[in-house]
Design a protein. Structure first.
Length: 626
């Protein structure tokens, strides 16, 4: 049986002013995107989901800076092509006819709103539903048989499975929201039967208590979703974060001790340098003071010399005067006859000579004291001049030691301490997020238990046994085709809304086997819908389905010793063109798969093929030394 309703992704393009367009092309049938981690592969899955009506914002990875819009090229199974445009910030969409890869089309296109509206055609959800034959369908949303209009988001969650969802320990029909499980299960029933829930008649209304519980569950789901969005950016699970916090605490204590020692060394060296500088300043000030004193004392010596010359002149003149014959007095002019030599006279030469001699004696003593003082000052000056170079050397040596060794080491240690303290604060904040997340989950689990204990499990549904059996057979055939270890039986448990494989619940397997069985569920649903000619989006996108080849949970989860990987890829190589499967993987596929035109490798090396989703802008070369 065939169908002409369905879609296939043709390209995903990122555009931005002054940025080279980043495009990933896709074709009908099997596509694989593989290569190194952190090259944008999972971002491709997120972006496609975002362009199919998912709420933003997209993850803020550094490589996307400079890009501001996305173009998603789509083709229906009748060959008609169209391109959906959306800002990377989110919001409404614009629909254009034809495929537009590298640039925005010239025409304005048709605006399509983000929110689903069942009574209007101007929204993306209704447009996409019309392309797969599911417009105007209704799905049951609770045990009272109330129904909602089917949104494309109800359908696409069964077709696009990201790297987190593919390993979850829950049913593929559950997104972790108990209230939404009924709608999810009803969507699954619509796909496997082609019959919606329009014929259901609403029964009794939920009681106030039930409505309150449902409202609380919806609020808790919203809070949990917000916490999950923040947790995605964290560096690891709680156990790893706790270990990291313990290591950071030990490192912080060690760095604190080292920092304290270095700061003490810095303070001691700085204090010693200040002491040397103070001693140098005191010495320089004393030298300046001595210089001034010596200059003044030199002037005083000259004054003493002048006084000595004057007094010696007086002494000599007095002596000469005493030896002269009688004549007129040189002081009063009296003639010898009128002179009274027996009386005292101010002009007595002998007394003048004696006075001069006495004054000369005093000056000699003063000159002697002055000479001694000058000698002492000169001796002190020479001592200070000898000490100054030593002080300068000590200061220079300490300055070099401080600036070249202690200061850089101290700055480095302070920066390191600050970075570790910041990282520890981030880890503590992350642990706080996990504690809050755990608390919300516990509260949700308790509330869900109340709902179930009250007989009001909103997720019970009447999936037709015949359809479920056929679907389970398709999944079993897939697992056998892939050589899933020892698989003999698969059935779908309606209560758990999940696969039971050889009597073991799918969620009981390790994360690697959960990933491959989730892949079997998603691809099996596409295969089943095409066999039964029931509606399906027409494509499946899986991120990291072969996790057991890279990060197995343990020996039972490790498939590296099997050929499942080769069988998985070779099966996908043979799917018909009315189906599209896009695989995103870190591990390399077999060589013949790598040679396919629809196999794209992100190498993470700009010199080797395509490095990643976005163009890697090389760093500017360093300026040459002058």
């Amino acid at each position: 049986m065939t169908t002409t309703l369905g879609l296939r992704i043709r390209h995903l393009s990122f555009l931005g002013p002054n940025r080279a367009t980043a495009t990933v092309p896709f074709g009908p049938g099997f596509n694989v995107l593989y290569g190194a981690s952190d090259t944008g592969k999972s971002f491709v899955v997120d972006a496609i989901d975002f362009m199919l009506g998912g709420k933003g914002p997209l993850r803020d990875i550094p490589e996307r800076v400079g890009y501001d819009r996305i173009l998603l090229g789509i083709q229906n199974l009748n060959g008609k092509t169209f391109t959906i445009h959306r800002s990377m910030a989110g919001g409404s969409f614009t629909l254009f006819e034809g495929l537009h890869v590298d640039a925005m089309p010239a025409d304005k296109g048709a605006e399509l709103h983000e929110a689903h509206r069942d009574n209007r055609d101007d929204n993306l959800s209704r447009f996409l539903l019309s392309e797969i034959g599911l417009v105007d369908k209704r799905i049951r949303r609770n045990k009272a048989n109330d129904t909602n209009s089917l949104s494309f988001r109800n359908v696409v969650r069964l077709a696009v499975v990201d790297e987190e969802e593919i390993i979850q320990k829950r049913s593929p029909l559950s997104d972790g929201n108990l209230v939404a499980d009924t709608a999810n299960t009803s969507t699954f029933k619509l796909l496997i039967t082609g019959v919606d829930d329009s014929s259901l008649t609403s029964s009794t209304r939920a009681t106030a208590v039930e409505q309150s519980r449902i409202g609380q569950l919806e609020l808790l789901d919203q809070l949990i979703a917000e916490q999950q969005a923040q947790i995605r950016e964290l560096s690891g699970p709680p156990k790893e974060l706790e270990d990291q916090d313990s290591r950071l605490e030990k490192t912080l204590q060690s760095r604190a001790a080292q920092l304290a020692t270095t700061e003490t060394q810095y303070r001691e060296a700085s204090a010693k340098r200040r002491d040397f500088r103070k001693r140098r300043q005191d010495a320089e000030e004393r030298l300046a003071e001595i210089q001034v004193l010596l200059e003044r004392f030199a002037l005083l010596q000259r004054h003493y010399g002048s006084d000595v010359e004057r007094l010696e002149g007086i002494e000599e003149a007095g002596t000469l005067f005493s030896s002269l014959s009688d004549g007129a007095c040189p002081l009063c002019g009296a003639e010898p006859a009128h002179q009274h030599k027996g009386e005292a006279c101010e002009g007595n030469p002998e007394e003048v000579v004696l006075a001069a001699q006495a004054e000369l004696g005093k000056i000699a003593l003063l000159e002697d004291d002055l000479s001694k003082t000058i000698d002492q000052l000169k001796k002190e000056s020479r001592s200070l001049e000898r000490r100054l170079p030593t002080l300068e050397g000590n200061i220079a040596e300490l300055s070099t030691f401080i600036e070249s060794q202690i200061s850089p080491n101290l700055r480095s240690m302070r920066q390191s301490y600050s970075e570790i303290a910041d990282k520890k604060a981030e880890v503590r904040e992350a642990l706080g997020l996990f504690r809050t997340f755990k608390d919300l989950q516990d509260r949700k689990a308790a509330l869900e238990a109340e709902v179930k204990n009250s007989g009001g499990d909103p997720a019970d549904s009447d999936l037709p046994s015949s359809s479920i059996h056929r679907f389970s057979t398709v999944v079993l055939d897939l697992l056998k085709e892939w050589h899933f270890p020892n698989v003999q039986s698969v059935h779908f448990d309606q209560r758990q809304r999940d696969l039971v494989i050889d009597g073991k619940n799918r969620t009981s397997f390790g994360k690697g086997l959960r990933a491959i069985t989730q892949s079997a569920f998603s691809i099996g649903l596409l295969e089943y819908c095409r066999q039964q000619a029931t509606p399906h989006p027409g494509f499946v996108i899986l991120d990291s389905p072969l996790l057991s080849y890279k990060e197995p949970d343990g020996e039972d989860d490790d498939l590296r010793h099997t050929d499942l990987k080769q069988r998985f890829y070779h099966f996908l190589m043979g799917i018909p063109e009315n189906q599209q499967v896009i695989i995103v993987e870190n591990t390399d596929p077999p060589a013949d798969v790598q040679a396919l035109p629809q196999a794209i490798k992100f190498t993470s090396n700009p010199g080797d093929g395509r490095a990643g989703l976005f163009v890697i802008v090389p760093s500017a070369p360093a300026a040459p030394a002058s």
